[in-house]
Write a protein that binds this ligand. Structure first.
Ligand SMILES: Cc1ncc(COP(=O)(O)O)c(C=O)c1O
Length: 455
């Protein structure tokens, strides 16, 4: 499918995708807003400019020039039920009529907490916040308060937001980060105090032996191990069999709080997140994205011994935490996902499997080495000779330039995909089998076109 608003001959003759208004607005915006938009993820890797999107419905979005795309970015993950879902719209509209924000408890909070427990059983407590970063930041603080220890252990290539304790070794080029067994913590941003860097230890993921080696040396200083249960910010990388269980055991052995960051996997890879899928119970979990289908809400859940420190020595709160509008939208979002015994997840699994198979077939057909990794509702593909990747250092070994070139051609064909090969593809209940077929056909044609121009 070509972008609909381009005149046919124009769209076919152009080598590159094109949005005149986006280009103009980006130039204008850069003069007033640093980097041109309020989150670097929205502009980085987009060459020469990002598309300005001003409408979305179901699985489709329209740029400011009116070109239509099938969305395979889905706002980086939240839109599990697609853009502008009518039922969620109604719930939000009703709440807008009743008021935006009160600075007081609200009954919807309890309703959402009860609904949350239906999705994620075996949690003693849940409390809401605004963003994924709020959730991970507060979870780490709870772990430190509970253990009386200061050090955080995180993994190379895992992302938990941009607060100081998390923005470390998100990217970690091996040449400067040292041995895989003992990666050196690398600041992802300027401005992190050296004292903070000293409180973070970095480990290689999916590697229980190296984790154990680090814990033997520093285990009694470490308050928490935080991880994405499926690494989904450095393309999608699945945990090896029993890896999460091994981490659970090591955390127990060293009296360390195990924080599972389910901001991406939560309400996506299964109704109970990755912890249900892999049958591993963390001490504290953090949730965001698919909880609110685009409304701003996140959550921290877990054992009472940790969560009950809130209000008992540990400060917690925020003006916008659990706003009634977000609560109303999230509640309806979870109602939709839980309908017919969680039918949504069977649909998500079907279409993700179809997409994975289709991409692999395109690779075989065109004699391209393509690596596809997926779990329900979550997928990444890479131009890579590796047949399996286990960690960040293996995951970066793919042809990023080819990915970006193919992404540009796909955009011209009406498929909206992030140009950064590390961004995963989050599917939604709004994606149909036809959307998946459109992706596969566009990929096949785009790889062919790429090869023709390269040869
Ligand atoms: C696993 C994970 N944790 C935390 C965050 C931070 O969430 P937010 O961007 O809502 O602050 C993200 C964001 O992508 C994430 O992927």
């Amino acid at each position: 499918m070509e972008s609909t608003n381009l005149n046919e001959s124009e769209s076919h003759s152009r080598k590159e995708w094109h949005s005149d208004k986006s280009e103009r607005l980006f130039e204008r915006q850069k003069k007033l807003i640093p980097s041109g938009s309020s989150s670097l993820m929205r502009t980085s890797s987009w060459e020469p400019y990002p598309l300005f999107i001003n409408r979305g419905k179901g699985s489709k979005i329209w740029d400011i020039d009116g070109n239509q795309y099938i969305d395979f970015l889905m706002a980086f993950g939240p839109l599990i039920n697609g853009h502008s879902h009518p039922k969620i719209n109604n719930a939000v509209k009703k709440q807008i009529r009743d008021g935006y924000l009160f600075g007081a408890p609200n009954e919807l909070e309890y309703k959402l907490a009860k609904m949350f427990m239906k999705f994620v059983p075996n949690q003693d407590r849940v409390i809401f916040s605004l963003s994924g970063s709020d959730a991970t930041f507060n979870a780490i603080r709870l772990a430190r308060a509970a253990t009386g220890k200061d050090v955080l252990l995180k993994f190379e290539g895992h992302y938990h937001g941009l607060h100081d304790y998390a923005a470390i070794s998100v990217e970690s080029p091996p040449v400067v980060s040292g041995l895989k067994r003992f990666p050196r913590p690398l600041a992802y941003t300027a401005g992190i105090p050296a004292e903070v860097m000293d409180t973070v230890v970095v480990a290689n993921w999916n590697d229980p032996e190296s984790l154990e080696r680090i814990l033997k040396i520093r285990g009694n200083e470490i308050a928490a191990i935080i991880m994405e249960p499926i690494m989904a910010n450095s393309s999608v990388v699945l945990p090896d069999d029993d890896y999460l269980k091994a981490v659970r055991e090591l955390a127990d052995e060293y009296n360390i709080v195990f924080i599972m960051d389910e901001v991406i996997t939560g309400f996506r890879v299964s109704e109970g997140g990755a912890q249900k899928l892999y049958n591993v119970k963390p001490d504290i979990s953090t949730w965001a994205k698919a909880l609110g289908n685009g409304l701003t809400i996140s959550a921290i859940s877990g054992k009472a011994e940790y969560l009950d420190l809130i209000g008992n020595g540990v400060a917690y709160g925020g003006t916008y935490f659990a706003s009634p509008i977000s609560l109303a939208g999230a509640l309806e979002n979870l109602r939709i996902l839980s309908a017919n015994d969680f039918e949504a997840y069977r649909h998500l699994k079907r279409i993700t499997r179809k997409l994975a198979k289709g991409i692999e077939e395109v690779g075989d057909e065109l004699n391209e080495d393509m690596l596809v990794n997926w779990e329900t509702g979550l997928l990444s593909f890479a131009f890579s000779e590796l047949r399996k990747v286990k960690n960040y250092r293996e995951s970066i070994q793919s042809d990023w330039e080819k990915y970006q070139a193919v992404q540009k051609i796909m955009l011209k064909k009406g498929i909206y995909l992030h140009p950064d090969a590390f961004e995963r593809i989050p599917l939604s209940t709004a994606h149909s089998e036809e959307d998946i077929e459109a992706f596969i056909n566009a990929l096949r044609d785009s790889v062919k076109e790429y090869k023709e121009t390269e040869e």
